[in-house]
Design a protein. Structure first.
Length: 218
């Protein structure tokens, strides 16, 4: 991770650091199928940030977004990160309840702040990137705090999905009525296919008959 010059200068002063959290959820519109980015950040006002070469509007949610310590590592282990949101945020309700949020891409950035002015300092740094696995909502008792927890799985999560044995021909025809690719999908499991096996056919030779032999005619 590389930092801007202004950020490194502030780090070198060793007078402290501060940062805001930016969360971008990308659910899908159930009617049109288009991706609808929904941004939240821990600031008070709505603000536009340039993140990963893109420009998005992040709605001010206040200092209510929590990100527990992030555990990183090398390998194909599926890691799950958690982001805690307040359940009363309209943007969170829209992203998780109105739109289709299952397996939506979620990215989280840390935006360093100028410790003297409180203004954003330099560009945000991405700390989490993955897919939304679950979003359980906890409704607390009177006097406690309710919350919505985003469980974000790492990029290796799709490697654990099992491939379906087959899809029906009817489902394939919904995409294209003339598509006959899965026409025999329902009966293919009953057909023996000797993949990876050597098939040896042994044929018995026909009996040898000598011509013009009187003994063969008896």
């Amino acid at each position: 991770m590389s930092f801007d010059l202004a950020q490194t200068d502030q780090f070198d002063e060793r007078n402290g650091t501060d940062a805001h959290i930016l969360v971008l959820i990308e659910p899908r519109d159930r009617v049109t199928g288009e991706i609808v980015p929904m941004g939240l950040w821990t600031g008070d006002d709505h603000q536009t940030f340039a993140v990963d070469g893109e420009t998005h509007l992040f709605l001010g949610a206040g200092n209510v977004i929590e990100v527990p310590p992030i555990r990183a590592g090398i390998g194909l282990e599926v890691r799950r990160h958690r982001v805690i949101l307040p359940p009363m945020t309209d943007a969170a309700k829209l992203a998780l309840q109105v739109y289709q949020a299952a397996q939506a891409r979620v990215r989280v950035w840390s935006q360093p702040l100028d410790i003297y002015t409180g203004a954003p300092l330099g560009t945000p740094h991405r700390v989490i990137k993955g897919r939304l696995e679950t979003a359980p909502e906890t409704l607390a008792k009177l006097g406690d705090q309710s919350r919505t927890e985003l469980v974000i799985s790492s990029a290796t999560r799709p490697l654990t999905f099992r491939q379906p044995l087959f899809k029906s021909d009817a489902a394939q025809r919904l995409r294209d009525p003339s598509d006959r690719f899965r026409e025999h999908a329902a009966s293919i499991a009953d057909r023996p296919i000797p993949w990876g096996q050597e098939t040896v056919v042994t044929e018995q030779p026909p009996p040898f008959i000598r011509e013009n032999d009187p003994n063969d005619r008896k």
